[in-house]
Design a protein around this ligand. Structure first.
Ligand code: HEC
Length: 243
């Protein structure tokens, strides 16, 4: 017993530095309001993704017809996501731009985004997409607070507008603040909701089976409730004569 306790303590102690590194490296992240039960939000996210991201990034683990899981009909998938003529619903989501060509232009090849919410985190994606700011020193004209010197330009600037980074020095402390210098077509709160939708969709893309598991959970709970009623009735029947 004592040995087990010691082992548990050792395991806990070993985890402490890992946790410390994980939280220290990321900086401040906003909490992504992920809700995998909100299919309409994921559908809006799918539209944003195909309009604004698929030009450079692929989602090679996701097939178009899998979007039926978030409540889209074949018609909607073809029409709302502007599927190119002749594209098959069973195909995965390729990037429009060739990887090598993109590397030439942006310095880094845009990575596949299939499992990005798992390799980073939903909070990281939600914060990253809202943390771009203008920076004339960068080749793209953009920089990002949580991904310094990123190769990706702010492709959502027409929606968000342009943020500037203000650095204030007070009592030797530096505080960085993003200020909206030029408005986009969306109000800040609208833009946050759009990014929440996009993050929600990317969480689904990262683990589509999660939705199936949710449904399975309800079926199991339903089965257990029926079983409970039957067993309770059986118990009453058995004890009837004894009481
Ligand atoms: C114009 C091309 C382009 C478009 C469009 C684009 N990106 Fe990117 N993106 C890039 C490039 C290039 C990188 C690599 C940046 C680097 O490593 O410096 C990148 C990196 C990223 C990363 C960081 C990946 C990592 O973990 O290193 C995420 C997340 C991301 N993009 C999400 C998106 C989303 C979501 C959209 C759609 C709203 C989008 N991108 C649209 C070019 C693009």
């Amino acid at each position: 017993m004592k040995a087990i306790k010691k082992l548990c303590m050792l395991a806990l102690l070993l985890m402490v530095p890992v946790l410390a590194v994980a939280s220290g490296a990321e900086g401040h992240l906003d909490k992504a309001p992920v809700d995998l039960k909100d299919k309409v939000s994921m559908q809006r996210g799918a539209k944003l993704f195909t309009f604004y991201c698929l030009s450079c990034h692929s989602a090679s683990y996701m097939r178009y017809n899998r979007l039926k899981d978030i409540g889209m009909s074949e018609e909607q998938i073809k029409k709302d996501l502007l599927l190119p003529e002749g594209a098959k619903l069973g195909s995965t989501m390729p990037a429009a731009m060739d990887k090598e060509a993109a590397k030439q232009v942006y310095g880094v090849a845009p990575p596949d985004l299939s499992v990005i919410t798992r390799s980073r985190s939903p909070d990281w994606i939600y914060t990253y997409l809202r943390s771009f700011h203008v920076d004339s020193k960068r080749p793209s004209g953009w920089n990002n607070v949580i991904f310094p010197n990123v190769g990706m330009p702010n492709v959502l600037a027409e929606l968000q507008g342009e943020q500037e980074l203000k650095v204030e020095k007070r009592d030797g402390h530096e505080t960085k603040k993003l200020v909206l210098a030029k408005h986009g077509s969306m109000k800040p709160a609208e833009f946050d909701t759009a990014i929440a939708d996009l993050t929600n969709f990317l969480v689904f893309v990262g683990e589509p089976a999660k939705l199936v598991r949710y449904n399975l959970g309800y079926i199991v709970l339903g089965f257990l409730s029926v079983l409970f009623v039957l067993i309770y009735a059986l118990k009453k029947e058995i004890w009837k004569d004894i009481h």
